[in-house]
Structure formats: C-alpha cells, structure tokens
Design a protein around this ligand. Structure first.
Ligand code: CA
Length: 232
C-alpha cells in the first residue's frame, strides 16, 4: 500500500523538492504551506507520516506539533534549520518522533522516514494491542487507559511507555533502552524525559492494585512489576 506523507513547509522550493524525492521513493505526497492547513490535512489526508518544518508563519512547528497530537498519533519528523537551536527534550515532550537538520541529504531523510515508519509499524500493526491486569487495562489500539474501570486521559508517549513496560512484566529496562525502544532514537532527548513520563504515570497508577506496580530499580531503571505474570 502506498504510504502517505504530509509535508508542512512554507518554503515552496523546499516543499517541492521534498515532493520530488518522496514521490520518486514511492510515497504519496501532499503539501501544506502553513500550520493551520497542516493540522486540517492530518484529518483529511490521513498521512502515515508528517514532515513538519519548525519555521512557519503564524503558527510555528511546535504549535502545529502540539495541535496534531491532540487528535492524532501520526509519526512526526521535525525539519530544523542548522542555525536554529533544537531543544530535543522539548521536541520529545511535544510528541515529535525524530528531527532532521536542513540542508539535508536526501538519502538520510529517506532513511529516517523509513526507520520511523518501520518503528511505528511495529507498535501500530497487526494484533490487538491490549494488556489486562487487575483493575488496569492498557489499550494501545485506542490509546485508552482504564484504571479501576475509569478512563484516565493519558498522552500517547505515556501510553506507549506503560505498554512497553507492561508487555514484559518484571523485566527491568534502563532509561536508555526505554528511550531507544519507546521514543525510538538514542541521540534525541535524554533520560530525564523517561523519568518525567514515569512520574506522571505513577500519579495515575498509585495504589490501584496490590498485584502490580511501576517500580524503580535503583541504579538500573524501571520495571512493571506484577505478582502474577501468567495472567498477562
Ligand atoms: Ca519554513
């Protein structure tokens, strides 16, 4: 199936160049020249991936990223100019999946796109993505977290992190492993990001059931501990 890429970029030359390369690589491409159009196109065009420029008129790339994340988990690669300082942690927090610096090598750009799509395919494809524990349902298909029967609003990355940990109960993950496996790239963001997300998850999951908990393994990382992993 042809994958669709939405390019949100106001510079026509760059946008058209991207279209050329992406179409040559077999993607279906749509271009949005500003943020508001981009956000709207996410709903209409339903892209498999978004290339999002940071420097945009009226609504900048960060705002656009935030707006997209309110309604969609589509993978987002940010485009940043070399002279711009790119705050990696902020990028992660806002839900970007990767970033690339302009001017970019076409090969590198395509490699990044394919890597993100592959990663996304691994977490979004095939089987039902639902884990059930005592008083806890983690549904990664609908991105719904049910705690003691109640729906708890949880941002996508927190859902993915919890799902990842709970998929292998009692397995200890280091922060770097979690950055690699949940966020998907090791050079983008740092271990504080993991701590922040764990902290927020804890606030939602504290003292719900004696059968499981989100544990810190001092000096190592984190695990989803459960007393009866055979129920998974
Ligand atoms: Ca621009």
């Amino acid at each position: 199936m042809t994958k669709k890429v939405l390019v949100i970029e106001d510079e026509v030359n760059i946008a058209e160049l991207l279209r050329l390369y992406l179409e040559k690589d077999g993607f279906q491409v749509r271009i949005a020249g500003d943020g508001a159009t981009g956000v709207a196109e996410v709903k209409v065009f339903k892209p498999d991936l978004v290339l999002l420029d940071i420097m945009l008129p009226t609504m900048d790339g960060w705002e656009v990223c935030r707006a997209i994340r309110k309604t969609s988990n589509v993978p987002i690669i940010m485009l940043t100019a070399k002279q711009e300082t790119f705050d990696k942690v902020a990028g992660l927090e806002m839900g970007a999946d990767d970033y690339i610096t302009k001017p970019f090598e076409v090969k590198e750009l395509l490699a990044r796109i394919h890597a993100v799509l592959r990663r996304y395919g691994q977490t979004a494809g095939s089987e039902e993505k639902k884990l059930v524990f005592d008083k806890l349902v983690i549904n990664l298909d609908s991105y719904e977290l049910l705690v003691d029967g109640k729906r708890v609003d949880t941002p996508p990355k927190e859902m993915e992190l919890l799902y990842h940990l709970a998929s292998s109960p009692n397995r200890v993950y280091t922060r770097n492993q979690l950055l690699d496996e949940v966020w998907g790239f090791d050079y983008f963001g740092d271990s504080r990001t993991v701590d922040v997300h764990i902290k927020r998850l804890r606030e939602k999951l504290e003292n719900v059931s004696p059968q499981w908990s989100l544990k810190t393994v001092w000096g190592v990382g984190y695990k989803f501990e459960t007393t009866n992993p055979e129920n998974v």
